[in-house]
Design a protein around this ligand. Structure first.
Ligand code: NAD
Length: 256
C-alpha cells in the first residue's frame, strides 16, 4: 500500500494523468492533481477523488510550459514521494512547415517540465529517504512517425533524462523509469475516431483498427487504468531494482 506517500501527477485533470492519479489513490497514496486551468471542476475533481478512495487529494494550478510554475507546483505541494511527469500535448505537421511556437510548446510541456519538476522534487525524496520518478513517455520515445518531430524529439529526450536521473539516484532508495504507452483511449484520442472514419469513408470500428491502431498489433487500445496500474507496480517493492528503464504498454507496437 502507498498510504503515507504523496504523489504529484502533472497534467492530471483528464486522460492518462487522471487514470494514474486514480490508481495511485486506490493504492492509498495522497494525490496532487494539476493542470494549467483553475476551474471549480478541477478542484471538485480532486475532492471527489479524495472521497472515493479515502485519501487526501488536492488540485494545484500550474502551467507546465513555464519553468517557474513547474517548480512552484512541487514547492506548493510541500512534499513529493512519487512524481509522475505526465503533462503533454501533440501537434502534427511536416518538419519544414512545423510552427515554431508549437515546437517550443511541445518541448517545454512534454520534456522541460519533467526536468524542472524532477529537479524540485528530488531533494524532497532524498529527505524522505524514498522516491519514485515516473515519466509518461510514449512509444514515440522509442520509435518515430512522420510529422511528429517535436513530440518524438521530446519523448526521446524524456527517455534519455530518465536514465540520467536513475544513475544520479542509483545508490538511494529512489528509482526513475518511463512508461511508454502506445495508443490509449483518452478523450483526446476518442474525439479523433468519428473524423477519421469520415475522412477514410469507414465505419468507426474500421477507422479504429485500420487507421488509428495501424501500428498497434493487438488492435486494442491500452486503458488509462492499465497505465495507472503500471505506475502502481513501479511504486511497489517488487520494482525496487527497476530503474533507468522503459516499460512499454503498447500492444506489441515496439516489437514490430
Ligand atoms: P490529455 O489531453 O487527455 O491529457 C493531457 C493533460 O495534460 C491534461 O490534463 C491537460 O490539462 C494537461 N496539460 C496540457 N497542457 C498543460 C500545461 N501547459 N500545463 C499543465 N497541464 C497541461 O492527453 P493524454 O492522452 O492523457 O496524454 C497524457 C500524456 O500521455 C502525454 O504526455 C502524452 O504524450 C502521453 N501519451 C498519450 C498517449 C495516448 O494515446 N493518449 C500515448 C502515449 C503517450
Amino acid at each position: 500500500t502507498l498510504s503515507g506517500k504523496t504523489a504529484i501527477i502533472t497534467g492530471s485533470n483528464s486522460g492518462i494523468g487522471l487514470g494514474v492519479a486514480r490508481e495511485l489513490a486506490k493504492a492509498g497514496a495522497d494525490v496532487v492533481l494539476n493542470s494549467f486551468t483553475d476551474n471549480e471542476e478541477d478542484h471538485a475533481l480532486a475532492e471527489e477523488l479524495g472521497k472515493e478512495f479515502g485519501v487526501k487529494a488536492r488540485y494545484i494550478q500550474a502551467d507546465m510550459s513555464k519553468a517557474d510554475q513547474c517548480r512552484a507546483l512541487i514547492e506548493k505541494a510541500g512534499v513529493c514521494d512519487i512524481l509522475v511527469n505526465n503533462a503533454g500535448i501533440q501537434h502534427v505537421a511536416p518538419i519544414d512547415e512545423f510552427p515554431v511556437e508549437k515546437w517550443d510548446a511541445i518541448i517545454a510541456i512534454n520534456m522541460n517540465s519533467a526536468f524542472h519538476c524532477t529537479a524540485a522534487a528530488l531533494p524532497m525524496m532524498r529527505k524522505a529517504g524514498w522516491g519514485r520518478v515516473i515519466n509518461v513517455a510514449s512509444a514515440h520515445g522509442l520509435t518515430a512517425s512522420p510529422y511528429k518531430s517535436a513530440y518524438v524529439a521530446a519523448k526521446h529526450g524524456v527517455v534519455g533524462m530518465t536514465k540520467v536521473v536513475a544513475l544520479e539516484t542509483a545508490k538511494e532508495k529512489i528509482t526513475a523509469n518511463a512508461i511508454c504507452p502506445g495508443y490509449v483511449l483518452t478523450p483526446l484520442v476518442e474525439a479523433q475516431i468519428p473524423d477519421t472514419a469520415k475522412k477514410y469513408d469507414m465505419t468507426e470500428e474500421e477507422a479504429k483498427e485500420k487507421v488509428i491502431l495501424e501500428r498497434q498489433p493487438s488492435k486494442e487500445f491500452a486503458t488509462t487504468e492499465q497505465i495507472g496500474g503500471t505506475a502502481v507496480f513501479l511504486c511497489s517493492s517488487a520494482a525496487d531494482q527497476i530503474t533507468g528503464t522503459t516499460i512499454s504498454v503498447d500492444g506489441g507496437w515496439t516489437a514490430l
